[in-house]
Ligand binder design. Structure first.
Ligand code: ACO
Length: 364
């Protein structure tokens, strides 16, 4: 038995390759450095879904189809009531996504991709007592998400920042949420059920729930001078530093640099204190790596994708409690492609467990 299924190969995929030793990520034959910063979310959908849907529109037609799906999803926004608003954004998103009927074709796939993009800004605005902004199907996916969030046209640097984020997190081998999606897809339950399982797996702080707590950590550290002592005490007390460590990467996660690059390109944004936050984050990052080296000498614990995700999404105007929902906007591209890949050559995923409990009494 392999604890945590470490190193177990449980699927063959053409979607992405994570080279944990070299620190290299390839998405559908394109290295991450080659994809960002110039690719849009729509380019990435085209790349990942190509061959998995016979009727996948291309270019402008795909952009329009996704815009129409955003409008269709917006019809469900009126179902958001006080009970949903009392949930965390990711719990409310999960309840809202469950309204999309199960299916396996392009139409439910587009609705499921549009769902986190539309519901997240609507939930956040309603929580703030503001009216949700109706999608504009003529805008690009990222431009519309930022417009629905902030009720203004996004600046070019913000748009590039969100596109870079969504493309960077679009797919990543057989991570916990993608595996969950494939397990459910293998039962033929349908795309909505598969994505609900994936979103539930993503929510945990060991996976896509980490970036909100990264900001909590930066707030608690407060100053660069305090970083080493604070982090040292946290690790000595048995805490995990959010945004560090990875099951596959034994070197720095290449997505960390892609996101840090996007953040730096947004540096001249108007938000006050943005640069101060980045300086503190760099000090915390250096101190964390040194502290982890000291406390866990046998392991290489480096920065993972979630550390700079936190800074980038904050800079884009998303509150920390919604970071996992934004992650789902990007990763849904990969989840859907993986479900289609699983269904195309399906065999029910059904591993074995070894019983180690007490033996029942044998009948006399
Ligand atoms: N801080 C402190 N210690 C850590 C950290 C960390 N961030 N990460 C791993 N360790 C320690 C563990 O406590 C363990 O120590 P031990 O052997 O003394 O008990 C050792 O390193 C190995 O840890 P495992 O849990 O076996 O490593 P695994 O490969 O399963 O962990 C994981 C990967 C879950 C991401 C882990 O590094 C972690 O918890 N990181 C913090 C949460 C986080 O950033 N999650 C986002 C990951 S990226 C993503 O999912 C998109």
């Amino acid at each position: 038995m392999k604890s945590g299924l470490e190193d177990v190969i449980a699927a063959e995929t053409v979607l992405s390759d994570v080279d944990g030793r070299a620190g290299r990520l390839v998405i559908r034959g394109r290295s991450l450095d080659d994809l960002v910063p110039q690719s849009t979310a729509e380019d990435c959908v085209e790349l990942l879904w190509n061959g998995f849907f016979g009727d996948l529109p291309q270019g402008e037609a795909l952009r329009k189809a996704l815009g129409t799906a955003r409008l269709q999803v917006f019809a469900h926004v009126e179902a958001i009531d006080g009970a949903l608003l009392r949930l965390s954004p990711v719990e409310a998103l999960r309840a809202l996504m469950a309204r999309i009927p199960d299916g396996e074709d392009l139409q439910p796939a587009l609705l499921l991709l549009a769902a986190p993009a539309v519901f997240t800004p609507a939930l956040l605005r309603l929580k703030r007592g503001e009216r949700p902004v109706r999608p504009d199907p003529d805008l690009s996916h990222s431009a519309d998400i930022l417009r629905m969030l902030n009720d203004r046209r996004a600046e070019a640097s913000e748009l590039a920042g969100l596109d870079t984020y969504l493309v960077t997190v679009s797919d990543h081998g057989l991570n916990a949420s993608t595996f969950a999606a494939r397990v459910v897809a293998s039962t033929w339950a349908g795309l909505t059920s598969s994505l609900l399982a994936a979103l539930s797996a993503l929510k945990g702080p060991l996976h896509g729930g980490a970036p909100g707590p990264v900001l909590d950590m930066l707030d608690a550290v407060a100053t660069a001078d305090n970083a080493e002592a604070w982090l040292d005490a946290a690790v000595a007390g048995g805490e995990r530093l959010m945004g560090f460590g990875h099951r596959i990467y034994r070197v720095r996660d290449p997505r960390a640099d892609a996101l840090k690059g996007a953040l730096k390109r947004m540096e001249n944004s108007q938000r006050e204190g943005g640069n101060e936050r980045l300086k503190l984050a760099e000090a915390v990052e250096n101190a964390a790596i040194a502290v982890l080296k000291r406390h866990k000498p046998g392991r290489t614990l480096e920065t993972n994708v979630e550390f700079y995700t936190a800074l980038l999404l904050e800079e884009l105007g998303f509150p920390r409690e919604a970071f996992t929902c934004v992650f789902a906007m990007g990763r849904a591209m990969g989840w859907i492609a993986h479900c289609r890949e699983q269904m195309a050559e399906n065999r029910l995923i059904r591993p074995q467990s070894r019983y180690v409990g007490p033996k029942g009494k044998l009948a006399a």
